[in-house]
Write a protein that binds this ligand. Structure first.
Ligand SMILES: Cc1cc2nc3c(=O)[nH]c(=O)nc-3n(C[C@H](O)[C@H](O)[C@H](O)COP(=O)(O)O)c2cc1C
Length: 290
C-alpha cells in the first residue's frame, strides 16, 4: 500500500569533500489505519542511501510525552549536527533491517502444530496431513511453537517502520516458512475456548508479517486450513478458535479453505477411532496441494 508522501525537510550537509543529503518524509498511512503516520529520516550520498530511521505514530502510547513527529524532528536535528562533526557515528550504526535470506528450502505445506503434546490428537491430525502432502509429492514442515523460543508481541509497532520484528528469535524462521508455503494448516486443541498459548504467541507475532505485507506487498495465492480438537461435546467449543484462526489468515493474506473440527475428544480419547476423519484430512490436503 502506497502512503501519501510529503517531504518535510531536505538539507545538504558538507563535511570536508563529502556531501550528504538529509531528508525527512512524512508518510500518511491513515487510509490503512486511522491516524497512522510514519516519519522517515534518511541520509544519502548521491544515489546511495547510507542511513535510515523510521518512526510511526502507533509506537507512542497515550501516556508517552513523546510523539513520532517530535522524535523525528529531534533526530533530524541531531543527525544534521553529527553529519557535520562525526558522520561515522550515524552511518555505521543504522543498518536497514531487511528479512534475512532463508537458510532452508521452502516447504509446500507448513503445519503450525499447536498442541504441546507430541503424541496427542493434533499430532495424529498433523501426521495425516503430512502423509497426504508427501503422497501428493509435496514437501512439509511441521512447526511446534511450544518447543521454540518465541517472545510475546510487545505491541511496540516498530514492525510498521521496517516490516520486521524487533526480536530476532525463532519467529523469524516461522515467518519465513509461512511466507513461502502454499498451504498453511493451523492445528490446535481448544484450550480455554481458543488456540493454545504457544500458538497464540505465533499468531500475535505474525503482526510483523502483516506489516511486511502491508508495506511491501505480498503473495495472494496461499490457502489455510484449521484442524482442531475439543475435549467437550458440541460445535460451540470451536466458535472462538475459528474466529481467531480466520483473523490470523486474514492478517496474512491467506484464504481460509476448510476446517476439520472434532469435538468430544475427552470421551473418545483417540480420534483414530472416529470413522472418516483421516479420509477427510487426506481429501482436503490432497485437493489443495494438487
Ligand atoms: C489447559 C487446557 C484447557 C482446555 N480447554 C478446553 C476448552 O475450553 N474446551 C474444550 O472443549 N476442551 C478443552 N480442553 C481439552 C482439550 O481440547 C483436549 O484434551 C484435546 O483433545 C487435547 O488435544 P491434543 O491431544 O492434541 O493435545 C483443554 C485442555 C487443557 C489442557
Amino acid at each position: 500500500m502506497d502512503p501519501v508522501r510529503e517531504r518535510l525537510r531536505e538539507v545538504l550537509v558538507k563535511n570536508g569533500d563529502r556531501e550528504y543529503t538529509l531528508t525527512l518524509d512524512r508518510e500518511d498511512f491513515s487510509a490503512l489505519y486511522p491516524r497512522m503516520v510514519r516519519y522517515v529520516l534518511a541520509v544519502s550520498a548521491g544515489t546511495n542511501r547510507l542511513a535510515i530511521f523510521r518512526t510511526n505514530t502507533f509506537e507512542y502510547s497515550p501516556l508517552s510525552p513523546l510523539t513520532a513527529e517530535s522524535v523525528a524532528l529531534e533526530k533530524a536535528g541531531e543527525w544534521a549536527n553529527e553529519l557535520k562533526t562525526d558522520p561515522a557515528r550515524i552511518l555505521h550504526d543504522f543498518p536497514d533491517r531487511k528479512p534475512k535470506p532463508a537458510k532452508r528450502p521452502a516447504a509446500d505445506l507448513v503445519i503450525l502444530q499447536g498442541s504441546p503434546r507430541p503424541d496427542g490428537n493434533c499430532a495424529i491430525l498433523s501426521g495425516w496431513a503430512s502423509e497426504a502432502a508427501r503422497k501428493a509429492g509435496r514437501t512439509v514442515e511441521v512447526i511446534y511453537p511450544h518447543d521454540l523460543d518465541i517472545h510475546c508481541c510487545i505491541g511496540c509497532y516498530q514492525c510498521y517502520n521496517t516490516g520486521t520484528c524487533v526480536f530476532g528469535d525463532d519467529m523469524t524462521g516461522i515467518i519465513d516458512a509461512v511466507r513461502r508455503a502454499r498451504l498453511i494448516i493451523v492445528c490446535s486443541p481448544v484450550y480455554t475456548n481458543t488456540v493454545t498459548a504457544g500458538l497464540k504467541l505465533v499468531i500475535d507475532r505474525m503482526q510483523a508479517y502483516h506489516a511486511e505485507r502491508t508495506l511491501s506487498g505480498g503473495r495472494s495465492d496461499q490457502q489455510g486450513l484449521l484442524f482442531s480438537v475439543a475435549g467437550r461435546k458440541g460445535g460451540d467449543n470451536f466458535v472462538c478458535i475459528t474466529k481467531v484462526t480466520k483473523a490470523f489468515f486474514q492478517n496474512c493474506g491467506i484464504e481460509p479453505a476448510g476446517e476439520v473440527l472434532i469435538d468430544s475428544v475427552d470421551a473418545v480419547k483417540d480420534i483414530r477411532e472416529i470413522k472418516g476423519k483421516k479420509e477427510l484430512v487426506y481429501e482436503l490436503v490432497h485437493r489443495l496441494l494438487s
